[in-house]
Design a protein around this ligand. Structure first.
Ligand code: BDR
Ligand code: CA
Length: 315
């Protein structure tokens, strides 16, 4: 069974794996891609997304560009040291890309939510600015899109930008708070699980032995591994964004994933961007508190990344 998915991306290396997996997997019916600032500027993210869809030879998936910076008007900060100036670790595809829609990301999300009311799943793997803008433009959106999966947050582990904040959430904490205030159910696939799902040199060798898609993934991961080697001492990388896609399409089965009350720290202090989930119910076996509706992934099926690499290598 395939799931209808809109993927909101700041393409980026790990976003690229998510885009390509969504494009080639029969488990995903990719109905649109929206792009945002984040790892790179929104124009670069859009160009990369369109080129990856062309590489995957997928027709008819609209791509729409969204926010160029966070809701509060602050200057966007990028992660070019992680993803390369081109967001592809210096391996930007020499392809025109599929055509980019004239709609904004928020407009595309709203239009597709009407066309696929009740069956559309939003998967957001960058700062949440586009989702907040879509909610602002149409507060009834959650009535048609009941479920959202977000790569973001750090619930019981350290952040990756500050001691407590993860990149996608600290990118736009005000947007993240608006997203969790809306009447849909979000599943957060945060650093608690993505830092456990590693892409390794064995995976890269498998990708390099594959077709054009696999080889592109192998090339961009080379750059990503360099960054992680500096941080962890090992050439590897977290499979952040594609893991969120895997959870959304049901291929990466959730283990422990309690439904919790949560809020985002939107202050300007050292906690800014922290995803504050109330984990006190853990002492009682995680009963769902009244009114809580957002899940945090604390365990995800270990086999997902192997499956994804095989899929991309064989594509
Ligand atoms: C997240 O931040 C970005 O750099 C990655 O693409 C991922 O979405 C991980 O914190
Ligand atoms: Ca991302």
């Amino acid at each position: 069974m395939s799931r209808k998915i809109i993927l909101d991306v700041d393409t980026g290396i790990d976003d690229s794996l998510a885009v390509l997996t969504a494009a080639v997997s029969i488990r995903v019916d990719l109905v649109g891609c929206t792009t945002t600032w984040g790892n790179v500027d929104v124009e670069t993210a859009t160009r990369n997304t369109a080129a990856l869809l062309e590489l995957a030879e997928i027709d008819g998936v609209p791509v729409a560009a969204g926010a160029a910076g966070p809701l509060n008007g602050a200057a966007p900060g990028y992660a070019r040291h992680v993803h390369g100036d081109d967001g592809q670790g210096g391996h930007a595809l020499d392809l025109d890309g599929v055509p980019v829609s004239g709609e904004t990301a928020a407009e595309l999300i709203i239009r597709l939510s009407h066309e696929h009311a009740g069956e559309l799943h939003l998967v957001a793997v960058g700062p949440l600015t586009n989702l907040a803008l879509a909610l602002e433009a149409d507060p009834t959106l959650p009535e048609r899109v009941p479920e959202v999966t977000i790569m973001g947050g750090a619930f019981g582990v350290p952040g990756n930008i500050t001691p407590v904040a993860e990149a996608n959430i600290i990118g736009d904490p005000e947007a993240a708070q608006r997203v969790i205030d809306a009447a849909w159910s979000c599943t957060f696939v945060g650093l608690d699980v993505t830092m456990e799902h590693l892409l390794t040199e064995e995976h890269r060798a498998q990708l390099n032995a594959g077709g054009e898609i696999g080889r592109h993934c192998g090339a961009i991961l080379d750059h990503y591994f360099d960054f992680y080697a500096d941080v962890t001492g090992t050439r590897c990388a977290a499979n952040h964004d594609a893991l969120a896609l895997g959870v959304a399409c049901g291929k990466a089965a959730l283990g422990l994933a309690p439904t919790v009350r949560m809020q985002i720290d939107t202050t300007d202090g050292p906690g800014r961007g922290q995803t504050i989930a109330d984990r006190r119910p853990m002492y009682e076996g995680w009963p769902t508190p009244r009114g809580a509706r957002h899940r945090i992934a604390l365990e995800v099926d270990e086999g997902y990344t192997d499956w994804m690499v095989q899929l991309l290598a064989a594509a």
